[in-house]
Design a protein around this ligand. Structure first.
Ligand SMILES: Cc1cc2nc3c(=O)[nH]c(=O)nc-3n(C[C@H](O)[C@H](O)[C@H](O)COP(=O)(O)OP(=O)(O)OC[C@H]3O[C@@H](n4cnc5c(N)ncnc54)[C@H](O)[C@@H]3O)c2cc1C
Ligand code: SF4
Length: 696
């Protein structure tokens, strides 16, 4: 039996980028907010300090900041006819864990999606006709246009101090920026990082060929910058250890640098780490959620946290699995194409490229950042004519050294042995002289790619694992072939000493090598509850006080990285724009969701969505007195370790923290807040369920 805690205004499930931004916005609006995070607390001053932070073995190979698959993982299969097996080690993508989520170890590339990316279906139909979209490709428009999201893209960029150069300023095209981007109201907050030799060589050749190179927009600040929260980011040191690592210079934007310092000092906010949400409490008849149930993974104790608003900010996989575990929405069925939860799971076409070797050039590949790259967008999305090509979508083509780390970066020409002294000699010979042109391609939805619950395998709480059914399809192979031909054209024009074999997207999807953590879909947005899970405010059709954040709401995936739009959408979401509590009375003003569109005094963007299904009424508490500071801690009672058969159904019970029962409830709450990230060995004490090795 879960211990029922005192109700709060809002609860966040997951404290990565989306959970942190939303919590901050809600506390600013006067709400009491609890942030529940499955992982431990991460403190940049401890975890990302020099020299330990520059440890490729620890972070890139042993994946210290990544979700522990022994606790919860996914099962995988290529097609519905196969049985899925659990992923025992994450490879192809690396979901985050702990406060800050994947925002701790992301690279920082920060894009705005193109106006046509926001209206993919209608744009294709308008330009090529309805027949251009194959029947098995359930492409959908986003529920919000680029223009609607533009102010929030701007806000997120100003939170992160994104370094870049505008290519379209209020409709004026600017050479040197991305001329294909939608009109932006303001320049990037910081100028682009200085490019290194490789990016400059690529840009010069691309320009000669008539393309439009520009520096990759990136949240690696090019100079010290004070963001919209009044927090200061440092200047990037071009350290070469960015993605998969934290940043010792506070130059890479992330929740810890950009939002959390403000949130942590706010008495209306409480962070609870090691708090693993197992389900949402759902009142189907009333179409609302009343809270969440979570397990403290240190003690094994289970709690119910009632809340007026629940925000799912648990990344794609957490969002989808929690809906399914809670019976919210209808599971998508690829046979009938009915149901919406799990639908349109998409990924990205990565690990494509061509490597060149220049005998007479020294690139110093160890020095750089994700932002020291030049890009062309000429073959992305629908920036080129697809009329006779037989595929939809496109790829960005990029070049520039950013992370020539000693273990993973060992480029050698074709024919070099893969180990032994000849390999060692070749890596030493070519390390300084290799240059890669990379492609990242869009991945449009296919009816057979989806997420559901696995019938066989379970996580440490005894819940079915999320099952991924996914593979590349013809559209992906053709896209890869075409865009690669353009990359090879550029590579040949650069006249390398040796030109490597192009690495195309061929064969089945492989879950082992890293590709990108740009998983999307599963709780997609739309304007019709029959084909989407959330509306244009990311509010669930099936529970009016449930908001779902992140890339799980993208209807399909484009060639860019996803964090720009998911940050922007979090700001735009309805939950983030509740009216502020009036300072003099400590009372909340009438709730925006209670009114009708056009009510007096309401701002335009606070209007209730037109659909009657979502003109619901959030019941949230109205006075500050309802939630005295420390109310959660005050409500905690020392409880015995869960007995066998309780909800903590690991084969060995989770260990209880030493001395927990002897502390006062309030001190326990504080200790929980202070607790540092526990070593992952603690997790390993909980014996994993039998799994099959996903490595083949
Ligand atoms: C190596 C790497 C490089 C990347 N580089 C880029 C890049 O350059 N540009 C870009 O745009 N994107 C990049 N990404 C992706 C980017 O990190 C994500 O898009 C972004 O962090 C997602 O934010 P989020 O808040 O949706 O999810 P997350 O940051 O993943 O946060 C979700 C949080 O929820 C917690 N959680 C999950 N389930 C539960 C539960 N049941 N109970 C409680 N807590 C739970 C998790 O522990 C996690 O902390 C990269 C990702 C990786 C891994
Ligand atoms: S490359 Fe720059 S932003 Fe990235 S970790 Fe190093 S110093 Fe920080």
């Amino acid at each position: 039996m879960a211990t029922k805690l005192k109700e709060v205004d809002a609860v966040m499930v997951g404290m990565g980028w989306t959970g942190s931004i939303m919590a901050r916005e809600l506390t600013k609006a006067g709400l009491t907010v609890v942030g529940l995070e499955r992982g431990g607390d991460i403190k940049p001053s401890e975890h990302f300090a020099m020299p330990a932070v520059r440890d490729e073995l620890r972070f890139s190979r042993r994946l210290e900041l990544i979700q522990d698959p022994a606790m919860e993982t996914l099962t995988f299969r290529h097609r519905p006819s196969e049985s899925a097996l659990p992923m025992r080690r994450f490879g192809s993508f690396l979901p985050g864990d702990g406060v800050g989520g994947a925002g701790n170890h992301w690279g920082g590339h920060t894009w705005r999606y193109l106006p046509t990316d926001h209206a993919t279906r209608s744009h294709i139909v308008q330009r090529y006709g309805a027949k251009a979209i194959p029947a098995d490709m359930p492409i959908q428009d986003w529920a919000m246009s680029y223009d609607e999201l533009e102010p929030y893209y701007d806000k997120f960029e100003k939170l992160c101090g994104v370094a870049g150069k505008a290519g379209n300023l209020r409709g004026r095209k600017i050479d040197g920026g991305n001329v294909f981007e939608g009109p932006r109201q303001s320049e990037f907050p910081t100028p682009p990082l200085e490019q290194n030799l490789s990016g400059l060589m690529f840009a010069e050749t691309a320009r000669e060929l008539g393309y439009h190179p520009f520096p990759r927009p990136s949240s690696n600040c090019s100079r010290p910058y004070t963001n919209i929260e009044g927090l200061t980011l440092g200047a990037c040191q071009l350290c070469g250890y960015c993605d998969r690592n934290g940043c010792e210079a506070n130059a890479k934007a992330g929740p810890h640098v950009c939002v959390l310092p403000r949130l942590r000092e706010d008495a209306k906010f409480e962070m609870r780490t090691r708090s693993w949400v197992s389900r949402l409490v759902y009142d189907k008849a009333a179409k609302k959620v009343t809270g969440v149930v979570y397990t403290d993974t240190r003690s094994g104790e289970e709690y119910e946290q009632p809340a007026g608003i629940v925000v799912l900010s648990a990344y794609v996989f957490g969002n989808v699995s929690l809906l399914l575990h809670s019976g919210i929405g209808e599971q998508y069925d690829p046979a009938t194409q009915r149901g919406t939860v799990g639908k349109n799971y998409c990924y990205q076409l990565s690990r494509m490229g061509v490597t060149m070797f220049f005998e007479d050039r020294n690139f110093n590949p160890f020095m750089g950042a994700p932002g020291t790259q030049m890009v062309i967008d000429d073959f992305d999305a629908d920036n080129f004519d697809h009329g006779s090509l037989g595929f939809l979508g496109g790829a960005i083509i990029t070049c520039g050294h950013g992370d020539g780390r000693p273990i993973s970066y060992r480029p050698t020409p074709a024919g070099t042995p893969r180990w032994g002294s000849a390999w060692k000699k070749a890596t030493a010979r070519w390390y300084q002289h290799a240059l890669n042109i990379s492609l990242s391609g869009s991945n449009y939805a296919n009816r057979h790619n989806y997420l559901d619950l696995d019938p066989t395998y379970k996580d440490q709480l005894g819940r079915p694992l999320l099952r991924m059914t996914y593979n590349f399809v013809d559209n992906d192979y053709k896209l890869s072939e075409y865009c690669m031909s353009k990359a090879v054209q550029i590579a040949k024009t650069m006249k390398p000493t040796i030109l490597g074999e192009p690495r195309l997207r061929r064969g089945d999807y492989d879950i082992v090598p890293y590709q990108s953590t740009h998983n999307t879909g599963g709780t997609i947005q739309g304007t019709d509850p029959k084909s989407s899970v959330v509306n244009r405010y990311l509010q669930a059709w099936d529970a009016h006080n449930l908001f779902i954040m992140g890339a799980s709401t993208f209807p399909q995936q484009v060639a860019y990285n996803p964090t720009g739009p998911l940050g922007a959408m979090t700001y735009r979401s309805r939950a983030a724009r509740l009216p502020h509590r009036s300072a003099d009375q400590g009372q909340r003003q009438p709730h925006a969701l209670r009114g009708r569109p056009g009510s007096e005094g309401r701002r335009r963007h606070d209007r209730v969505p037109e659909d009657p299904q979502v003109a619901g009424h959030l019941r949230i508490r109205t006075t500050a007195a309802d939630y005295p500071p420390g109310s959660y801690a005050g409500s905690l009672r020392p409880a015995p370790i869960s007995p066998a058969g309780s909800t903590a159904r690991s084969s060995r019970p989770c260990r209880r923290r030493k001395g927990a029962g002897s502390r006062s409830p309030r001190r326990r709450g504080r200790a929980r807040f202070r607790s540092a990230r526990a070593p992952s060995a603690r997790h390993r004490r909980i014996r994993p369920r039998p799994t099959c090795d996903s490595r083949r």
